[in-house]
Design a protein around this ligand. Sequence first.
Ligand code: ZN
Length: 306
Amino acid sequence: MQAKILGSAAGGGFPQWNCACPNCHAVRSGQFKGKPRLQTQVAVKTEDGPGFLLGASPYVRSQIESSPELHPANMGPRNSPISGVVLASADLDHVLGLLLLRELQPLRVCASEFVVKTVRDENSMFRMLNRVAGLVKWQTIRAGDPFTLQSLAGDGGAISCRAVAVSSHYPAYATQTRQSKEAVLGLILTASSGATLGFFPQLAQLTSELKDLFATLDCLLLDGTFWSDDELIRLQGFGQRAHEMGHVPVGGEDGTLRQLAGLTKPRRMYIHINNTNPMLNEAGAEYRQVRDSGWELAEDGCQLSL
Ligand SMILES: [Zn+2]
């Protein structure tokens, strides 16, 4: 299985269009030691099998175009090696790309019941995906129940996937009366080789069960949204804490870097990194701390073989 990181930033990307925080300002002025990033999205594929996207970012078109292996393989009208999308949440930056994938292409969209109802049933624009009956199949997945990544025609199955319920945090646009422990999922993908990849772009709480699970993985892509709990408040003078937004920060006493210090097996990468996060600055102390702890920052275009 090949997994390609097509984007590694949190909502808004890096730099974000209306942000002049120290990171965004430095990138635009050419003074930044670090890399711009598009919104988080990962493509997974076996050599002959169907490709799947983990998340559908607002930059899905350019993310596909920058990856020749995701281009249509055959001359002629519409075709694509991408057979589907697995959604981990209903966050806008995680689902908006679905609207850009609407060009009469058969797709399987795997998501929790909460996400299907929130995205498809409450937002009429997403009906565009089903203007031809059966063209897009929404497959409801449940935490703990394994499923395989198969095209609508039944091709594939070499990659199996299992969802883990991570959080009941729902996006601000969602109906507040609906609650679900499966509003945010983590995904464990298992290749035919047996190698495992964990995709956890949102981590609301680091439980002992999750710590045990992470220790078994070969590669872990983990929530790197914020360095500190009050990061946005300190920069903007207002806003929510990282925990209130459903993210455990990377740094600090209770941060994932310290809490997961004993993790040695998996290749460990932070993904879904917000533009305000100081660890993006490769000349800074936070970046050094991350690297010295054996972690990497996921980068757009990074390829993982599993
Ligand atoms: Zn910024």
